[in-house]
Write a protein that binds this ligand. Sequence first.
Ligand code: NI
Length: 137
Amino acid sequence: MSNLVRFGVSIDEDLLHKFDQLNEGIYSNRSEAIRDLIRDRIVEEEWQDGEEKMTGSLTLIYDHHQRGLTEKMLQLQHDYHHLFKSNLHLHLDHDYCLEVIVVQGKAKELRQVSGMLIGLKGVKHGKLTLTSTGKDL
Ligand code: NI
């Protein structure tokens, strides 16, 4: 772990008050809230870059009655098996399924392949959430 550095910040009192209110009950101290903001900004940069290795989850809601859909979903996951790490499947009701897939790889490729899955006919909603692998945080 690197050395801790203390630094002073000049900030408008109202703005600081709003920040503290947002973090009430979430963070035990202001320093940790500020550290998380900085980390979030770093992760966002990695995501924009596209070449960094990221980890995250792809959540899909789909109608399993849609003809050929589950086969197409499986085929895509096998075609890009280096990106797909683990699946969680829930049968939501008679028609709909929820699939949460843990993904890992370059942000650019994850976005492209996730887009292919989300774009399949019968997928009602899909969302890719990426975070850092954590090594540079
Ligand atoms: Ni199901």
